[in-house]
Write a protein of this length. Structure first.
Length: 181
């Protein structure tokens, strides 16, 4: 379940990816049109469960109002010095996104999905390092981008998405969405 990004934010993040591409080798970069903010990754789920997932998503978002967030800063998990996942962070709107992700997680637990054991940290994945190792040039570029702004995000809906993996990367399909009031 995810928040889709508007075109301007995706374009700004795409430009950041291009800049990072020059200093980071062996990274599987996310295509700008596929950039999104994941609230909860479900893994493989039978298509027959889609209707109950839509009901859970609707319950999770009931009573919540739309809000603004901003995508800002670059970083990496577990750290810029030993990057495995390269990301853009969220500044304003973090608390509302954490609440939303918690509500989604609780609704999915009601369907038998295991609760997410880690605390939710809102971010947009930009790329995954294929062979993690120390990369001082990448670490410097990420540290230089800590305060960079990528734009505002109007969070008005949550999307149930399916990802289909191929040799050319993931392709995402929106299955359903729930609107925030």
């Amino acid at each position: 379940m995810a928040i889709r990004l508007d075109e301007a934010v995706r374009a700004a993040l795409g430009a950041a990816i291009e800049g990072l591409r020059r200093v980071a080798r062996d990274v599987a970069w996310v295509a700008p049109e596929n950039l999104h903010l994941t609230l909860r990754f479900l893994g493989r789920v039978r298509e027959a469960r889609t209707p109950e997932l839509v009901v859970a998503l609707t319950r999770a978002t009931a009573g919540l109002t739309a809000f603004e967030a901003n995508v800002a800063g670059l970083g990496a998990y577990p750290s810029p010095a030993r990057a495995r996942v390269i990301w853009a962070g969220v500044g304003r709107g973090t608390d509302a996104l954490v609440e939303l992700a918690g509500r989604v997680d609780a609704a999915l637990a009601g369907l038998g999905f295991e609760r997410e054991p880690r605390a939710f940290s809102p971010h947009v994945t930009l790329g995954r390092v294929r062979v993690p190792r120390r990369d001082p040039a990448l670490a410097d570029a990420l540290l230089a981008g800590e305060g960079r702004e990528f734009g505002r995000l109007s969070v008005e809906r949550v999307t149930l998405m399916r990802s289909d993996l191929s040799s050319r990367g993931a392709r995402y399909t929106e299955l359903a969405a729930a609107r925030l009031a």
